[in-house]
Design a protein around this ligand. Structure first.
Ligand SMILES: [Fe+2]
Ligand SMILES: [Fe+2]
Length: 341
């Protein structure tokens, strides 16, 4: 594999929008999986090791935190997807979910190798996970340790409960993959691309993002089918999103630890991330998927307004906990600019 990925995150985003379109079925998602194979063992991390040490300390901390959450997240989703496959009523859904389990295992191996070779957190998957687990924040723990595991336990214990299955897909495919992962992928890949660093990580992580775009496309397709068969399912989807919204937004706006960056003007411009633009990108992505799944425009708009208010209240909570302004205020007040997301 070449050092520079021929695939860009912009192309992945365009494809992601196409994958929730009306002409996509699970056979076309499966065919994409066959054609879009990649290997962790093909990646070359030699440049990444030198690049990592050249990043400013505060940026390294923020970046390693995000990567750590991805590592734990990939491991959690690898471990919890099997019940959804087992309980899927249709053969084409079980076939697609089997491909997804293989993808999630590959994503876990990708992070394990990157942590071992570049970040120096080695000793195998479990040692690496032990080393990173204490860094998970409250919102993250609520989503991955409680919401995801509870949702999948309900599916596992009662595979014929179609409501549990829908709620599992909302938790897994719409919120974790379609909102949380999208936010982290976009900020990490754009930042590292802007500074031209860590080509091995970017190549692998862009391939991860393309895998995720198929998974999200499948989640939307599965929900759309259930809403078409029974319009009341749109209400089940909206209720589950409402329940998950607060811990999900809390995961991307953690307030329990003070950020290593107080004033974004101290950060070189190519490494800055505008939190307002990131919020708009993530919430627009979520809104598109909810609409494609069959939730009404009015409800989607209401969810979006609720989510925006949550960001605002968590930024304020951060400020009262730590006695400093949240970095996003510098963007709100036009005191600093960042490259477009
Ligand atoms: Fe994944
Ligand atoms: Fe995924």
């Amino acid at each position: 594999m070449a050092a520079e990925s021929p695939l860009t995150i912009e192309q992945v985003d365009v494809e992601m929008d196409r994958l929730i379109g009306p002409d996509i079925d699970s056979a076309s998602l499966y065919r994409r999986w066959e054609k879009q194979q990649w290997a962790v063992s093909d990646l070359d991390f030699s440049q990444d090791k030198a690049d990592w040490l050249s990043l400013p300390e505060g940026i390294r901390q923020v970046t390693q935190n995000t990567m750590t959450l991805f590592f734990i997240g990939e491991q959690a989703v690898t471990d919890t997807l099997a019940p959804l496959l087992h309980a899927a009523p249709r053969e084409d859904e079980r076939i697609f979910l089997a491909t997804q389990i293989a993808d999630e295992a590959r994503h876990t191996v990708f992070f394990q190798r990157f942590f071992d070779e570049v970040l120096g957190v080695g000793g195998g998957l479990h040692a690496a996970l032990d080393a990173v687990t204490p860094q998970a924040t409250e919102g993250f723990r609520r989503i991955f340790d409680h919401q995801l595991r509870d949702a999948m336990d309900r599916v596992r214990l009662n595979p014929s409960d179609s409501r549990a299955w829908v709620e599992g897909v909302v938790t897994y495919h719409l919120i974790i993959e379609g909102y949380l992962a999208i936010t982290g992928q976009r900020s990490l890949l754009r930042t590292l691309k802007n500074v031209g660093l860590m080509p091995g990580f970017r190549t692998g992580f862009t391939a991860v993002a393309r895998d995720e775009s198929r998974h999200i496309g499948f989640g939307v397709l599965a929900l759309k089918r259930r809403v078409a068969a029974d319009p009341a399912v749109a209400g089940v989807i909206a209720d589950k999103v409402d329940e998950l919204l607060e811990p999900a937004v809390r995961t991307v706006v953690p307030t329990d630890r003070k950020l290593p960056i107080v004033d974004p003007r101290d950060v070189p411009e190519p490494l800055r991330v505008n939190g307002l633009a990131l919020r708009d990108f993530a919430l627009s992505s979520l809104a598109k998927r909810l609409l494609a799944a069959g939730v009404s425009a009015q409800v989607v708009q209401r969810i979006r307004r609720d989510a925006e208010a949550l960001y605002e209240s968590l930024w304020t909570e951060y400020e009262s906990k730590h006695g400093v302004r949240h970095p996003v205020r510098f963007y709100q007040e036009g005191l600093v600019t960042a490259p477009a997301l």
